[in-house]
Design a protein around this ligand. Structure first.
Ligand SMILES: [Mg+2]
Length: 265
């Protein structure tokens, strides 16, 4: 039996510590510092949207489109990304639809807006393979925590609205693939924050939600975990430049070294 402690106290609460068999991690803003990559991606999508709509410049509406896209993406120049905004949290298809919606607001018809958004996303998808886009780095202390969990026989899994390919690339680039036994991505159904996403991942891992901890950086992650019956739910708040507005009814941590493991009977 392995118990998880936060700042030396048993979880979910002192005196009522419960053993865990698995830890489910959100990726962007929890396992990884994704903000530089996501910011570069959002800025590139805006530039390519403007490139694809040169007719708007003649009508003096380019600035309006730029502003709409910045706000839709949760991108505030010089202030970073909104940690619960579209770019930070939503899957790619939702970003695409929002981009097309912004295009309709400057006068494009829906078929043209959707086709333009699809073209822009096809161009910017290729940026992931280019060196000019910063690669997300693991948050400080994450690798040591994953190794510790692994050496104690605790399963680790990723639950994210990134696609399987993006999750595997992050894990592979940092030598983490062998430490992670399960992935639930935007390619799976249902996606988070549906509690059944947790149930589906737990089923794959062969554990019940009550034997798990879930750690994420968005209230939607934490509320999903509660609805799914996860016994230990923690908010991680150091993955973004801007401060997070995490629900105070959940426990929070600011560094992975605040977690420790205790073997028990
Ligand atoms: Mg996240």
């Amino acid at each position: 039996m392995i118990y998880l402690n936060l700042r030396g106290q048993g979880l979910p609460r002192p005196g009522e510590a419960r053993p865990i068999r698995a830890v489910l991690f959100d990726k962007d803003g929890t396992m990884s510092h994704s903000e530089p990559m996501l910011t570069a991606l959002a800025e590139s999508r805006i530039l390519h949207c403007l490139d694809q709509t040169v007719g708007l410049a003649a009508m003096g509406r380019s600035e309006e489109l730029k502003d709409l896209l910045h706000r839709a993406y949760g991108l505030i120049p010089n202030h970073g990304l909104h940690p619960a905004g579209l770019t930070a949290v939503a899957a790619k298809d939702h970003n695409l639809i929002s981009t097309a919606t912004a295009l309709t607001q400057v006068g494009l018809g829906w078929p043209e807006a959707l086709a333009t958004a699809e073209k822009v996303f096809a161009i910017t998808d290729r940026l992931h393979e280019e060196e000019s886009i910063p690669r997300p780095q693991p948050t400080e202390g994450l690798v040591e925590l994953l190794q510790d969990l692994h050496s104690h026989g605790v399963l680790c899994a990723v639950i994210s609205n990134d696609h399987q390919k993006g999750i595997q690339a992050f894990l592979g680039q940092h030598g983490l693939s062998s430490l992670v036994q399960g992935i639930w991505s935007a390619d799976h159904h249902p996606r988070k924050p549906d509690p059944d996403a947790v149930h589906g991942l737990c089923q794959r891992l062969g554990v019940s939600p009550s034997e798990c901890a879930l750690i994420g950086d968005a209230n939607s992650d934490l509320c999903m975990a509660r609805a799914a019956g996860v016994s230990i739910i923690l908010g991680y708040s150091s993955g973004w430049r801007r401060p997070l507005d995490l629900d105070p009814s959940f426990l929070h941590l600011t560094h992975w070294d605040q977690l420790s493991l205790t073997p028990g009977p």
